[in-house]
Ligand binder design. Structure first.
Ligand SMILES: NC(=O)c1ccc[n+]([C@@H]2O[C@H](COP(=O)([O-])OP(=O)(O)OC[C@H]3O[C@@H](n4cnc5c(N)ncnc54)[C@H](OP(=O)(O)O)[C@@H]3O)[C@@H](O)[C@H]2O)c1
Length: 337
């Protein structure tokens, strides 16, 4: 089969090559990949800044995929040939509390990912793709959508009328806007671009804050919430901006620590966290049962993932470059079909 292979860190070291097509072992599915979507994680892995010691080389990258089951190993019972399935990042995390070694079983590193004509997915970690979505749309769900869903719904128990703040207009934040708005929550979105703030309002966001023209964006968030702060905040930026997130969140509110766009370390001022009794929780995408509940919600509420651009399989490098420039929603690579 044809597969993109990362032989060393750096986009220059990502090449399309001919490799052996994998054979499904017991309880595994051979999936003909239709489409994949890129996440910041995929770019960080190529750049060598995402846990570089746990990245095997060569690696078939990209964790989020959708495809059709074309072969099954012995004993497979959850799926059959012809079924359309998604990969699920934390492939062994099915339900309940995560085990300490979940990161050892992630697609797109250390497990081979979906940027290839075929991939292996264990039947327990495969998820039926939502019928209402195209291949390109379904490929966007495994990380970005599930992270937004898990943070706000499974962990945050978001209710209609509550307020949520999301940062930037990337994959996680756009899904968070769509899911929260569908539930009747009021979303404040931040962006560096005025035109993106208009676009997120069309997707259901209640208010927008330009974090370039308002570097003290937390003050704007307080103004919009009568000085109280939001019920929930999804922090995808990380770094010392976490202090601003604490200030923008109401007393006893929830912050999901999701991303590290501005840095993987933070110098956190503890007194506001103590006085405001802020619940700060790290998020690692979510488990398979949550993915299935989310897909039901996406089908029922007719949520359509926002795709910035779809690239052909041969242009994977251009897709990575697009993500690095910044995308409104998701960057997708069409692999087959
Ligand atoms: N923990 C998890 O489970 C998990 C899951 C998914 C993602 N993540 C992490 O979450 C982060 C976002 O992921 P993503 O896939 O949504 O990224 P993405 O699609 O690449 O989106 C990035 C967007 O964030 C905004 N942004 C960039 N730098 C910013 C800054 N300093 N302040 C505010 N906004 C900024 C920009 O939006 P504007 O152009 O509108 O300003 C940019 O387009 C990444 O660090 C990723 O690794 C973690």
């Amino acid at each position: 089969m044809k597969a993109w292979q990362l032989k060393n860190f750096g986009l220059d070291n990502l090449h399309l090559e001919e490799v052996a097509t994998p054979t499904p072992k017991a309880n595994e599915l051979l999936v003909k990949v239709s489409a994949v979507s890129l996440n910041f994680r995929d770019k960080a892995i190529v750049d060598g800044i995402y846990e570089p010691d746990m990245i095997p080389k060569p690696l078939i990258p990209v964790s989020d995929a959708v495809g059709v089951v074309v072969g099954v190993g012995a004993g497979v019972s959850r799926f059959k040939e012809g079924d359309r399935v998604n990969s699920h990042l934390y492939s062994r995390w099915i339900d309940g509390a995560p085990k300490p070694n979940e990161p050892d079983f992630c697609f797109g590193a250390p497990l081979p990912g979906g940027l290839a004509e075929y991939m292996i997915i264990h039947e327990d970690s495969a998820v039926k793709a939502p019928d209402a979505l195209s291949d390109e749309e379904a490929s966007t769900l495994p990380i970005a959508a599930l992270t937004a869903w898990f943070s706000m719904i499974e962990y945050g128990n978001l209710k209609s009328g509550q307020t949520v703040l999301v940062q930037g207009t990337g994959g996680v934040s756009i899904f968070a806007i769509q899911i929260a708005a569908a539930l009747g929550a009021k979303v404040i979105a931040t962006s560096s671009r005025g035109e993106n703030l208009e676009k997120v309002k069309a997707l259901g966001a209640w208010e927008g804050i330009n974090y370039r023209t308002h570097p003290a964006w937390e003050q704007q968030a307080l103004k919009l919430t009568d000085g109280k702060g939001v019920d929930q905040l999804l922090d995808v930026v990380g770094g010392d901006g976490l202090n601003q997130s604490v200030a923008a969140t109401k007393v006893a509110g929830h912050i999901s620590v999701i991303g590290f766009l501005a840095g993987q370390t933070a110098s956190l001022n503890l007194m506001p966290v103590i006085f405001r009794q802020t619940a700060i929780r790290g998020i690692a995408v979510g488990h398979r049962m949550a993915f299935e509940r989310m897909n039901q919600f996406i089908n029922e509420r007719e949520i359509k993932p926002v795709i910035d651009r779809v690239y052909p399989f041969g242009d994977a490098v251009k897709a990575y470059e697009h993500l690095a420039r910044g995308a409104f929603g998701k960057v997708v690579i069409k692999v087959a079909g």
